[in-house]
Design a protein around this ligand. Structure first.
Ligand code: PAF
Length: 282
């Protein structure tokens, strides 16, 4: 596995591979890899002759007071996980390499970025779409792989890719969970033991809601109250948002059906965790 830090070397490498007829896969990450990332890499490996994983903690997607400076890092461990999953190249640029002085171009998807995480983290998706568009330009992938834990991010990136006519396939893959149901996330590393045990409340809330939905409850208000009751039992938890939304437009729905997305963001102590599920899916 090779590490590339420079944009020009990365571009030259993928353009040469393309000239040889190779297919390129990209798994964009911010590092501190876990089994969720590994599942994206394994799928990327199946689809691509040359598999690139990027590791870049992107400053433009963090708001003031968020965890940019403390974002967990462990490049050595990341390299071991990526190598095991069959990655060929790690692209790990510096901030100055990605945003040199004089940088002034940003990509913004409009409606889809307004609700959910877009409501609580203004500017976040503008940073995500900007860096992902840049990574697409730098690595020229035929396919790019994203996790469904960041459901809204995936929807926003699909929209950007379609709107900007970027010729690549976006592949979304299922949430990977710990054995007790907690969705894997680099941010789980921030949790104390007590918080870690309470963090299962997100998945517990989803399970309770889905059980009630299967029993015939379709009112989003009733379902939301059931979910909030579960979460309120976790003393370190405070809800940022908990919404039932159309799974395509992400607009809020009053009556829930099997295509409805339940999405929630909960602060467990100081750590903001997200999770989601489509009501009709397992
Ligand atoms: O999901 C992430 O880790 C990031 O938002 C991404 C897609 C790598 C862009 O920085």
């Amino acid at each position: 596995m090779k590490i590339i830090n420079s944009v020009s070397e990365m571009q030259e490498t993928v353009l040469a591979a393309r000239r040889e007829g190779m297919t390129i896969g990209l798994v964009p990450t911010m590092g501190y890899l876990h089994q969720g990332h590994a599942s994206l890499m394994l799928e990327g490996r199946r689809h691509s002759d040359l598999l690139v994983a990027s590791i870049f903690v992107n400053p433009t997607q963090f708001g003031v007071g968020e965890d940019l400076d403390n974002y967990p890092k462990d490049l050595e461990r990341d390299m071991a996980i990526a190598a095991d999953a069959g990655v060929d190249i790690i692209f790990a640029p510096s901030t100055a390499e990605m945003y040199p002085s004089g940088y002034q171009t940003y990509v913004n998807v409009e409606k889809l970025t307004l609700p959910l995480c877009g409501g609580s983290r203004p500017g976040h998706f503008r940073g995500v779409t900007t860096v992902v568009a840049k990574l697409f330009g730098i690595t020229q992938p035929h396919s790019a792989f994203f996790g469904k834990k960041d459901y809204q991010q995936l929807a926003v990136i699909r929209q950007m890719t379609a709107d900007l006519n970027i010729p690549l396939k976006i592949i979304g893959l299922p949430i990977v969970r710990e054995s007790d149901g907690l969705a894997m996330s680099s941010r789980n590393a921030y949790l104390s033991d007590q918080e870690r045990s309470e963090a299962v409340c997100l998945k517990a809330a989803i399970d309770t809601v889905k059980q009630s939905f299967r029993e015939g409850v379709t009112s989003s208000l009733i379902l939301k109250n059931k979910a909030l009751e579960i979460i309120s039992k976790a003393l370190s938890a405070s809800v940022d948002y908990l919404e039932f939304s159309d799974s395509t437009t992400l607009e809020t729905v009053v009556s829930v059906d099997s295509n409805t997305l339940m999405a929630l963001a909960v602060n467990i102590g100081k750590t903001r965790l997200i999770d989601n599920s489509i009501m009709g899916e397992e």
